[in-house]
Design a protein around this ligand. Structure first.
Ligand code: ATP
Length: 373
């Protein structure tokens, strides 16, 4: 299938949109641009305002303030059916009495289009359901039903496809398959997808840009890698995985590296990775992802190369999880430090009770403002 658009008509621009219900603000004034052709995820916990934001793009909810633009067209007050968007819901909302072919053909027939076969077959091929055309929805798996819903939405050639927790009803294995499937479909059709999810792994797998929402605001926007490696708030650091936060005080901030005091020791933090004000004596929360950390038995600490950040601790728990082992380490600077160690040359002395040194390349350290929350 050829790409549906090559212009900017699939840009989504939200300018100061907000939504209040009585005295409750579900979405605070929000500015956001989703470029044409991107796979964009709104990620956040239940109640953070992501669905309300999506519904304002769809036209299912009127913003209290602000404007919504699709391409160069202002659509703020247009009803849903006049907007060049389609929405796929978690519930699929297929017509149970119609077969797959007729479900997908529905939008075309409603517009009075007579010869639908070619377009429907093309869509069914896109979602790999060509063989299932004459089945009724109840004869399909959850993943297949969801693909029918996607085909039914895409056949109207929307500029933007909105997906509201579309995989929420599927079991984990199917959800993972469908994540890759949706990503493939989006790449193939080339239109803008805006996807709402509370599942960080799902957002990271599928989206090229993720907006992390918290209490009605976008807390941080970026690529999955950027958000994971350079979180700027404790909320984002903790929402996207384990962050092992250590309270530290700035000892010196003269050069490209910030030197911090934590417990009795020193840690180095690249200035570019610190979102807190870098003033001597200031407090910083220092984080490092579990898979960046190495674990060495205290008796072997002399072999740890110079220049690595290090803290000491005692293993309190370990669990074998196949490719790696997860250790929980109690340290004076962080009570439940999590470490994932690859099972290569694993030291048999690394068992609960063992005294260890945790060490990592300072480049993997990030710094957050301890006063922000
Ligand atoms: P979920 O994943 O649970 O759907 P969400 O992040 O999508 O959560 P929203 O559905 O956008 O959250 O809701 C944001 C907040 O606005 C919630 O506290 C919700 O209770 C509230 N809210 C949503 N719709 C209404 C409404 N029609 N009237 C009053 N409050 C509402």
């Amino acid at each position: 299938m050829t790409k549906m658009t090559t212009d900017n008509s699939g840009d989504v621009r939200l300018c100061g949109i907000s939504k209040t219900y009585g005295s409750f603000t579900a979405v605070h004034p929000l500015d956001l641009t989703v470029p044409q052709g991107s796979f964009f995820a709104l990620l956040g916990a239940s109640g953070c305002g992501k669905t309300t934001t999506l519904r304002m793009i769809a036209g299912l909810e009127e913003p209290t303030t602000g404007t919504v633009l699709l391409g160069d067209q202002e659509v703020t007050h247009l009803p849903p059916y006049k907007r060049p968007v389609n929405t796929v819901f978690q519930s699929y909302a297929l017509f149970p009495h119609l077969d797959v072919f007729e479900n997908v053909a529905f939008g075309l027939r409603r517009r009075g289009i007579k010869s639908v076969r070619k377009q429907v077959e093309e869509m069914l091929e896109l979602v790999q359901l060509g063989e299932q055309a004459r089945k009724k929805p109840h004869q399909l798996s959850g993943g297949q039903q969801q693909r029918v819903a996607v085909a039914r939405a895409l056949i109207n050639h929307p500029k933007v496809l909105l997906l509201d927790e579309p995989l929420g009803a599927l079991d984990l294995k199917l959800r993972r398959q469908m994540q890759l499937e949706l990503k493939r479909i989006q790449t193939e059709v080339g239109i803008t997808f805006v996807h709402v999810t509370h599942d960080q792994e799902e957002a990271m797998t599928m989206a090229d840009t993720v907006a992390v929402m918290n209490a009605g605001r976008v807390e941080q926007l970026g690529s999955p890698t950027d958000l994971y490696e350079n979180p700027r708030t404790t909320f984002v650091a903790n929402f996207l995985g384990t962050s092992n936060l250590i309270e530290a005080e700035i000892d010196s901030a003269a050069g490209g590296d910030i030197v911090l005091k934590a417990g009795g020791g020193k840690l180095v933090l690249p200035r570019a990775r610190c979102s807190a004000p870098a003033t001597t004596g200031g407090k910083v929360l220092v984080g490092v992802r579990p898979e960046k950390i190495s674990l060495t038995h205290a008796d072997e600490a002399g072999g740890i190369p110079e220049g690595r950040n290090r803290i000491t601790g005692r293993i309190v728990d370990s669990s074998f999880i196949g490719v790696s082992t997860q250790y929980v380490v109690d340290s004076p600077v962080c009570p439940r430090f999590e470490v994932y160690a690859q099972n290569i040359d694993r030291d048999p002395r690394l068992v609960p009770g063992a005294e260890v040194v945790l060490h990592w390349n300072p480049a993997h350290t990030f710094g957050l403002d301890a006063a922000q929350d």
